[in-house]
Design a protein around this ligand. Structure first.
Ligand SMILES: Cc1cc2nc3c(=O)[nH]c(=O)nc-3n(C[C@H](O)[C@H](O)[C@H](O)COP(=O)(O)OP(=O)(O)OC[C@H]3O[C@@H](n4cnc5c(N)ncnc54)[C@H](O)[C@@H]3O)c2cc1C
Length: 346
């Protein structure tokens, strides 16, 4: 596969008319067709065969940008929520006195903080080496940011109540514009399975070239190694975050091993298993990125507000671990298969 520069006025290149979209209307989206287009050698970017690597690299930057957009829009949503929740009175008190309103604001603040930290973590890797392989980090950055930001947009409109539904306020436009971010640059479904699949591919050749005993030893080593376990930061809340991250890592490695042993090459079809792995990997990523960000900025004297956000994110990671443990072999997943068999008519 190669990457080429193709100009739109060349023979064989045709650009269709703008397609009407639900949002992002300032951005033009059209079909582009190529028919027998002749491309001069000088328009080859890099070397022959570099195309896939170049495309993946471009995607890394696009996904990173979506992480940044998400963090920014979550912060804006939080400011809107704060303003509205402080000024709107119901049952004789401002609505920010209600736990169900506070819950939305706290969740948005924590997710904006984590999304920012994850984005900076990935950006930092690319700053050190602009061609670094950050496929998993950028995938996580995009998935975490866009999914959490979509929830924040929903919550901000909810706090605005009936007024939030009016087109005179920004919520409707934001939801329309933002909706596509869980679809382009790789859908949320693909990002929920792609990072572990990358690892299965990476380790797959190692596993298949060994005999039964060698394979078992390799998988045992893979599942027992846990570099995060040794990390400490000297503050109880930060250390707890690192301990929980290490537990997510160890659960992730357990599932990686189980996937090889139980499903072999059929692992690509076990999307619930893969998604569980991604959830664990994300949970350790948001903790490690947040700790890294705090350590780089505070030299051990952490501000209380960030410690509180970290504590919240730590408990969210614990909840992910619980959910992953409960889900394995759950009745719900078995019921899912039976229901799908009964509703599937095509
Ligand atoms: C506004 C806009 C701008 C765009 N700009 C560009 C651009 O500049 N360049 C470009 O190349 N593309 C662009 N796209 C295309 C975009 O990248 C694709 O729409 C997107 O990748 C999804 O592919 P698809 O539409 O073929 O959906 P499909 O792949 O058909 O997906 C349909 C559904 O199936 C799910 N699905 C698919 N495979 C799996 C699986 N293995 N497991 C579970 N679920 C799965 C998807 O998540 C989705 O929910 C743009 C799209 C839009 C809307």
């Amino acid at each position: 596969m190669g990457a080429f520069i193709v100009e739109r006025d060349w023979d064989g290149v045709s650009v269709g008319t703008d397609m009407p979209k639900m949002g992002l209307k300032v951005s033009s989206t059209t079909p582009v067709r190529f028919k027998d287009v002749k491309v001069p050698k000088a328009n080859l970017i890099g070397e022959e065969g570099d195309g896939f690597k170049i495309a993946m690299n471009i995607l890394n930057y696009g996904r990173l940008a979506l992480g940044a957009v998400s963090a920014g829009l979550m912060n804006q949503s939080l400011r809107d929520m704060e303003k509205r929740a402080a000024s709107r009175t119901q049952f004789g008190v401002p609505i920010h006195d209600f736990e169900l309103i506070q819950e939305k604001m706290v969740r948005t603040a924590a997710h904006a903080f984590a999304s920012r930290n994850i984005t900076f973590f990935t950006a930092n890797l690319l700053e050190r080496d602009s061609l670094a392989n950050v496929a998993i980090e950028s995938s996580h950055t995009k998935l975490y940011g866009t999914d959490r930001c979509w929830d924040a947009l929903y919550d901000a409109l909810q706090i605005a109540g009936g007024a939030g539904y009016l087109r005179t306020l920004p919520y409707e436009k934001r939801m329309r514009d933002f909706r596509v971010t869980t679809i382009f640059e790789g859908t949320s479904e693909i990002h929920s399975i792609y990072p572990p699949l990358t690892l299965y591919r990476q380790y797959g050749s190692e596993v298949t070239k060994r005999g039964p005993v060698g394979k078992l030893l390799f998988l045992l080593r893979l599942s027992r190694s846990n570099p995060l376990k040794r990390l400490r930061a000297g503050h109880p809340k930060v250390d707890r975050a690192l301990e929980v991250a290490a537990r997510s890592e160890s659960m992730f490695r357990g599932l990686l091993r189980d996937g090889f042993m139980r499903y072999g090459k059929k692992i690509v079809e076990r999307e619930f298993h893969l998604r569980r792995m991604t959830r664990l990997s994300l949970s350790l990523f948001w903790l490690v990125a947040s700790v890294a960000s705090m350590r780089s900025r505070y030299d051990g004297h952490y501000p209380e507000d960030e410690l509180a956000l970290l504590e919240y994110l730590t408990e969210e990671a614990v909840a992910v671990q619980r959910k992953v443990s409960d889900e394995q072999q759950s009745r719900l997943e078995r019921a899912h298969r039976r229901v799908f068999a009964s509703i599937s008519r095509h």
